[in-house]
Design a protein around this ligand. Sequence first.
Ligand SMILES: Nc1nc2c(ncn2[C@@H]2O[C@H](COP(=O)(O)OP(=O)(O)OP(=O)(O)O)[C@@H](O)[C@H]2O)c(=O)[nH]1
Ligand SMILES: [Mg+2]
Length: 268
Amino acid sequence: MTSEDTRPPLFPSHMTAKSCMSSQVFDHEQRQQRENPRSLTMSGHVGFESLPDQLVNRSIQQGFCFNVLCVGETGIGKSTLIDTLFNTNFEDQESSHFCSHVRLKAQTYELQESNVRLKLTIVNTVGFGDQINKEESYQPIVDYIDAQFEAYLQEELKIKRSLFNYHDSRVHVCLYFISPTGHSLKTLDLLTMKSLDSKVNIIPVIAKADAISKTELQKFKIKLMSELVSNGVQIYQFPTDDETVAKINASMNVSSQSNPLLFYVQKK
Ligand SMILES: Nc1nc2c(ncn2[C@@H]2O[C@H](COP(=O)(O)OP(=O)(O)OP(=O)(O)O)[C@@H](O)[C@H]2O)c(=O)[nH]1
Ligand SMILES: [Mg+2]
């Protein structure tokens, strides 16, 4: 064995004195940061700013990406809920009830709150529920979700992948709007949720809940939950693997009258 040092050089040969200088400044800054770490007080508050510095800096630089799929009949209140959730007016055009097939319309918005950037993509189902053939209503949604997975996989399989700049369009959450009939789920609702539940996190939402009384709403909620369970539809469950939140999340996941996953919305 030779005594030759096989380790890679500390600085690549093409690095100029200037870049060495800037890296020294950077090292100095890093050392200073290490010596004076940001002190976090244990106030019990869990939020973005209580994450480690490195994570906060990286997230601020990159921004966040969140993709929401809204599935619901025409005029059920999809745009109104999204506007309310993000406290913005997204100016979405109303759809017609006479579309011959379901079309998925994805719109991306750049939102900013203080220095945190969010790339929000809202995918709307135009013409959903207006077809006689049920399969024609949900199949385009399934195809859209699969196409986004495929696009991401293709990016990952590239020899030179650049996932850092890649706009990840995979759906994070599906808000499923249920009409406030007070009776039960429609066949279309069950078929659609069943075909989507293995691909996305479904959060069922009772739309226009002000259309029925509070007691009816409670009964409706229980009925819907039992129908979802008896038809084997899996809806989003809060994670229980972290022991600090396991207890509270487990209690929220129980499919009972108080299940908060079956939200209801009403216009203010
Ligand atoms: N009573 C009541 N009306 C609502 C509620 N949410 C929305 N609306 C009304 O329902 C109508 C349709 O709402 P939108 O938010 O445009 O519905 P949409 O699902 O986006 O409609 P399309 O995009 O055309 O399919 C509007 O007149 C809203 O004011 C609600 O919670 N309660
Ligand atoms: Mg709309």
